[in-house]
Write a protein of this length. Structure first.
Length: 217
């Protein structure tokens, strides 16, 4: 008796999703530098199985990193919503929440593993962008658009290139500081008070991007 149309594809996707749920922890534990053998062992399968579902080691890493977009959707959504906070308090709150989640909730491990796997790799790199970095950046862009609509930002909310640039300008120093202190162990050689850094960074950012009348005295 023949297989009903579409049944094989459905079974394939279900099995692939099951494997993905086990792949991401292995990618994070290995800080992105994992082998096919390690991925097979972490999923309780074999190297041919990993190749069958993902094509290669880097294909598997990319697929695993892309799952973060879905699993972190609730957190990402909170970044888009500043509530009724002004620009300074809004950005400070977002940055402090990211810093607070960096180690205890494994956010930093995801960023570090994605960077380690993705730099100069045409499979893992886009996977990291799709699953981790771009969702964070896009959410911050939407948060900034809210402030732009309120007149708290010297940008037009529909000016996508400018909003994107502004989001990168705020997020990049924060990511560098957190990676420096935690994932590169900079706290051992040049400690940085993250909370004070966030306050100073935000103050300079608001000076640059907020209308003069909207800046806090």
């Amino acid at each position: 008796m023949g297989r009903p149309p579409g049944k094989r594809n459905l079974e394939y996707e279900i099995r692939r999703e099951e494997l993905l749920a086990r792949l991401l922890p292995a990618v994070v534990r290995g800080v992105g530098r994992v082998s096919l053998h390690e991925l097979a062992r972490s999923t309780g399968t074999s190297i041919p199985t990993i190749k069958h579902y993902f094509g290669s080691c880097q294909g598997a890493v990319a697929a695993a990193l892309r799952t973060v977009r879905k699993s972190a959707a609730v957190y990402i959504d909170t970044i888009t919503k500043p509530g009724d906070l002004d620009l300074t308090d809004s950005l400070t709150k977002m940055a402090r929440e990211l810093a607070a989640a960096w180690v205890p909730h494994g956010v930093g491990a995801l960023f570090a593993a994605g960077l380690a796997a993705g730099l100069c790799d045409d499979q893992a790199g886009p996977g990291y962008l799709d699953g981790v970095l771009e969702p964070t950046l896009l959410a911050l862009e939407e948060r900034l658009r809210v402030h732009a609509r309120r007149g708290q930002l010297c940008l037009r909310p529909e000016d996508d290139p400018a909003i994107r640039t502004a989001a990168i300008a705020y997020l990049s120093p924060l990511l560098v500081a957190l990676l420096h202190q935690h994932n590169l162990f900079g706290s051992r050689c040049r400690p940085l008070a993250i909370d004070a850094f966030i306050s100073l960074h935000t103050a300079h950012y608001v000076t640059a991007y907020a209308p003069a009348g909207a800046q806090r005295a």
